[in-house]
Design a protein. Sequence first.
Length: 174
Amino acid sequence: MYQAINEILIRHNADQGAAEAHGIAVGMLCIEGKVDAANWLHELWADEQDLPDDDKAFMLELFERTRELLDPDASEFSFDLLLPDDDEPLSEQVDAFRCWCQGFLFGVGYIQTDAEWPGDTAEVMRDMIELTKIETEVEGEEDEDAFIEIHEYVRMAVLSVRDQFAGDKSGQMH
């Protein structure tokens, strides 16, 4: 899936790769689960109308699948970051992870423009900012173990942000 998304983005001159594009989608969806996928496509391409229908459908499928995986009723184990496969070089995985975090921050900022951060989300945002500076020249088992831990932290932090904003919205509705 990662490679297919990346190829579409490259073929159509997007400024982002697959990891960053997915991070943007996840950030947007964590803050507003009902956000329109067209907003995401517009961030990736100023004129997404030029996208061939099959590529557009594939991108929309990724967005909607991500929405489903982020649904609070979905298993927390089904959501994951869209990153290169484990058999790719670790430095490539870490670089994509860094881009994913940048995308996530952008997606959150796209929807959440005021300074009100419910619960622990301000701390998570600070952590994400630090992760955009992660060293990508990595190798060896120790770095791989550290990457696995950081990846899992971010995965769970994303779900926490989603829950904080979902709870925040439901609290406002009463």
